[in-house]
Design a protein around this ligand. Structure first.
Ligand SMILES: N[C@@H](CCC(=O)N[C@@H](CS)C(=O)NCC(=O)O)C(=O)O
Ligand SMILES: [Fe+2]
Length: 364
């Protein structure tokens, strides 16, 4: 079974694609973004997948790749094209190479034009392809920096992408209007730059007159991506600088794809002194049959915005409720109120009790 997710980085309008296979659990990420590594690893964890490799469609000019940080965190292998000129990859790819994940495969096609190292990854059954910044939805990648070459891009699109089946779905590395997917037939007909009867001269003329400003992050992104996102110099030796997304260490926490820190009942049991426990249920629940955790402060969720000042500033907070839902909202309110170290007790009092942890009050 194929697992497929399209993920978005709003800062750079980049799409990251997760491809996984069950039952092996092997997964790939295409074009991971540095700032989204925490999100992406949370999703892999929740889906029970193991990241075996990260693949770049090219050396990006607008964001730093998450490849190196993901490798540090998950031991994934870094792959991109040989023609990219990048250092630090575990495998260099070229035309017709195959990247396996479980029983599925991605087939490599060289599609230069945006950069000379651009690759398109085609799923084994030709049902989907990841075109990077070669063919975009009703557009194409620009060809005016790095080793951009409009004639090469024209050939790449016609020979390597338009030759795929009509209904092959195409997923680009970016979209600046929020469009998510297209198909070969659609782009062959309706792409204003290269669809229909547009010839190589027309395409080249169009591309030479795009008039786009250079990406804001280009001077940082290109050198970093030519090292697959590895920090250099002093930063490489300094653990904190090499992994600036380092996780909080006041208790064993798990970041969720929902975007919050979670703590398991046994983790809280062992680190109760590290945090203040905030119970956000109603008073009758707090004193009711489920009981409450010893030392918990009661502030019902509806009063939390006004009463957050009653909590000790600077001390981590673990929010608790019946099943973990209201307390998740409490973590959002607390963060808005300026609390930095906030976690949600996973499963709330129901799980706390089910796992046999001590309560005050309540019925047996
Ligand atoms: N404003 C964006 C520029 C984005 C940009 O230039 N994107 C490249 C891909 S790296 C592109 O090919 N854009 C095509 C287009 O905008 O039509 C930024 O600062 O990052
Ligand atoms: Fe690009």
């Amino acid at each position: 079974m194929l697992v497929f997710r399209q993920l978005f980085d709003p800062q750079s309008s980049t799409y990251t694609y997760l491809l996984g296979e069950r039952p092996s659990g092997a997964a790939l990420l295409i074009d991971p973004v540095f700032e989204q590594v925490r999100r992406d690893t949370a999703l892999l964890g929740e889906l029970g997948l193991t990241l075996t490799a990260t693949l770049e469609t090219h050396v990006h000019a607008d964001h730093v790749t998450g490849a190196s940080l993901l490798k540090r965190r998950t031991a994934s292998r870094i792959m991109l094209s040989k023609a990219s000129g990048a250092a630090g990859a575990d495998r260099y790819l070229a035309q017709d190479d195959v990247v396996a994940f479980g029983s599925r495969r991605l087939l490599v096609r060289a599609t230069p034009g945006h950069t000379s190292g651009c690759l398109t990854y085609v799923l084994d059954d030709h049902s989907m392809a990841f075109t990077g910044d070669c063919l975009l939805i009703r557009g194409s990648g620009r060809t005016d920096f790095q080793e951009g070459d409009p004639a090469a891009m024209y050939r790449s699109i016609h020979e390597q992408i338009f030759t795929l089946p009509d209904d092959c779905l195409l997923y680009p590395a970016h979209d600046y209007r929020g469009l998510t997917v297209t198909s070969v037939a659609e782009e062959r007909h309706f792409n204003p730059r290269i669809g229909g009867e547009v010839g190589i001269g027309d395409f080249t003329g169009y591309m030479k007159n795009l008039g786009l400003a250079h990406p804001k992050l280009m001077d940082v992104a290109v050198p970093a991506n030519l090292r697959c996102g590895q920090p250099q110099g002093e930063a490489a030796a300094d653990e904190a600088a090499a992994d600036p997304l380092s996780d909080p260490d006041w208790a064993p926490l798990r970041y969720s794809f929902a975007g919050m820190w979670e703590i398991e009942p046994h983790g809280l049991e062992e680190h109760q002194d590290a945090a203040q426990i905030l119970d956000v249920r109603e008073t009758d629940e707090f004193t009711g049959p489920l009981g409450h955790i010893k030392g918990a402060v009661l502030i019902p969720l509806g009063e939390l915005t006004e009463r957050a000042g009653e909590l000790e500033p600077g001390r981590p907070v673990v929010a608790v409720c019946r099943a973990g839902g209201r307390s998740a909202q409490a973590t959002v309110i607390l963060q808005k109120a300026g609390f930095k170290d906030v976690a949600n007790l996973t499963g709330g009092m129901l799980r706390w009790r089910a796992e046999g942890h001590a309560v005050e009050g309540g019925s047996a």
